[in-house]
Write a protein that binds this ligand. Sequence first.
Ligand SMILES: O=C(O)CCC(=O)C(=O)O
Length: 274
Amino acid sequence: MQLAKSVLDQYDRDGFVLVPGAFSPAEMDCLKGAMAEDVASSKGPHLITEDDGATLRAVYASHTRHPLFSTLVSSARLLAPAMQLVAQDLYVHQFKINTKRPFGGESWAWHQDYPVWRDADRMPEPRAVNVAVFLDEVTEFNGPVVFLRGSHRLGSEASSRQQANQAGEHIDPHDYALSTGDLSKLAEVHEMTSPKGPAGTVVFFHPEIMHGSAPNISPFPRDLLIVTYNASTNAPRPVGEPRPEYLVGRDVTPLVPNSWTLETIGASIARAES
Ligand SMILES: O=C(O)CCC(=O)C(=O)O
């Protein structure tokens, strides 16, 4: 899949683009099943809970444990447009599924992603792209990600007054949030907008766009898979101990796009299990 010039221009202008129908509902069902298998069969710090300490909020690095996800990250439907947008060879910096349960999946504070990777991981530049895959339909009711359109053009200066959380592991946007005053000023200039669509929709978004999301007050789940691709030449250069590999990918070998379909994946799963 290749993005048209007009879509690339739209990404430059807005900081995100929505690609409807990138995957089929059957493919999303399959990924939801794989997510459930991964969560049920693994324990560890890569499973992040809500404040109650029990409800799942996010699962990291499923692509290192489940063949459906390890092959998905090289799918031409995700990787080829990502390579166009960054104009570089790419590897997976981070993989996560943010899961908002019905009736209460919690919010994600307003933030930019790159300042976190710059400060916590020493990623040299924002030569990266986030790719969000809607595992569920995303509506105005189940906590869609909200962007400040065009705010990526401000660079990371808008976050420079934030204190980097020194935590060695998962850094929640709540620990790195923009102040309400700054956000109020930005929202006067940058329209708030939330891409929505059926399961299988994909949104590419810039690592410096301001974004956040509200709690899920609907009876419907909102599972959102986000792959962050980084340029292989832009790998973090940590001064001390790097953050764990489930948060910061260390294999910077450039990925090669594959033709990911349920059929080809079925074959690769059989190979992995034999
Ligand atoms: O899942 C969401 O609603 C927001 C996620 C997000 O902002 C992030 O992971 O950086």
